[in-house]
Design a protein around this ligand. Sequence first.
Ligand SMILES: CC(C)(COP(=O)(O)OP(=O)(O)OC[C@H]1O[C@@H](n2cnc3c(N)ncnc32)[C@H](O)[C@@H]1OP(=O)(O)O)[C@@H](O)C(=O)NCCC(=O)NCCS
Length: 188
Amino acid sequence: MSEELFFPVIETERLTLRPLVVDDSESLMGIFSDPEVMRYWNTAPWAKIQDSLDFINESKESRKRQESLVLGVYLKSTGELVGKCLLFSYDKESKRAEIGFGIGRSFWGKGYIGEAGEALIQYGFGSLRLRRIEAEIDPENQSSAKVLEKLGFSQEGLLRQRWEVNGIVSDSALYGRLVSDCSPKQTS
Ligand SMILES: CC(C)(COP(=O)(O)OP(=O)(O)OC[C@H]1O[C@@H](n2cnc3c(N)ncnc32)[C@H](O)[C@@H]1OP(=O)(O)O)[C@@H](O)C(=O)NCCC(=O)NCCS
């Protein structure tokens, strides 16, 4: 598969999705060191700028290996970094990948992930030829569940007590969307 497919620039009405660069490290750190943003994550909030630099570097390497597609989400109006969205656990033979997203607290509730997520999903189904995209969330993460439902995902399962992070045990809800599923209504 051509390498450019893992280095795309995707435009939506309000947003640009493109690979993160080292210059994003401080903005990215600001977002993912926030305990509220990381509340339902399976890792602790980032503690140092190196965490951000490591993430950007690893994103680049995993795109080169064609294992995952991690993109920064930027506001077209100001160029500001809103957060990130990604397709990971890419299985070329089975034509499937997992989707993930996270944005800064001041950007919640503006429909940005509805917009960025649908563009990424269409890229996955179209350019990467995926048949299935899946998501795993903490069932208590209602914002995430709502945005997945708006994006046309269906809940397919519940795995009990799947995670333990800092001594807190949580379940996982599994969601899926197939290329053959109907497209959701416009979300933003
Ligand atoms: C989950 C998340 C990606 C949703 O993105 P978003 O662009 O805010 O999505 P939407 O604008 O469509 O809002 C989705 C829901 O979030 C909730 N929400 C919106 N603004 C909120 C706010 N200020 N505070 C708390 N919840 C809020 C609402 O329930 C909303 O649903 P509604 O519009 O039907 O009321 C975003 O909230 C986020 O990054 N959260 C932290 C990271 C995270 O949990 N990521 C998912 C891990 S799998």
